[in-house]
Design a protein. Structure first.
Length: 98
């Protein structure tokens, strides 16, 4: 009987863990870190930071911790735009019109 109870408790713990993971994935936040956006888009965090730095994604700098460093944050609206429309054009590229 104890083995059955232990097995049921283990399965219940697994289900609770998976449910918590699903809820976390479905939670809509106002702002996302570059690590979160990278995970959601299947890209490397470095890539997302570069998009922010180059202006390919509308992002803001937010102070982090006690030091002078800051990190990029991306709004939910911008994340949705990137998913639906892609990156903004590279402002450093000049297009010649003939």
């Amino acid at each position: 009987m104890t083995t059955l109870n232990d097995e049921l408790l283990a399965r219940l713990a697994t289900i609770e863990s998976l449910l918590a993971s699903l809820i976390e994935q479905r939670t809509i936040k106002d702002w996302y870190s570059t690590a979160e956006v990278a995970g959601l888009l299947g890209r490397a965090e470095f890539t997302v930071r570069e998009w922010c730095r180059l202006g390919r994604v509308r992002a803001e700098k937010k102070k982090s911790g006690r030091g002078p460093t800051s990190e990029w944050i991306i709004s939910h609206a911008e994340l949705t735009r990137v998913r639906n429309e892609g990156l903004l054009p590279d402002p450093h590229t000049f297009y010649k019109v003939k």
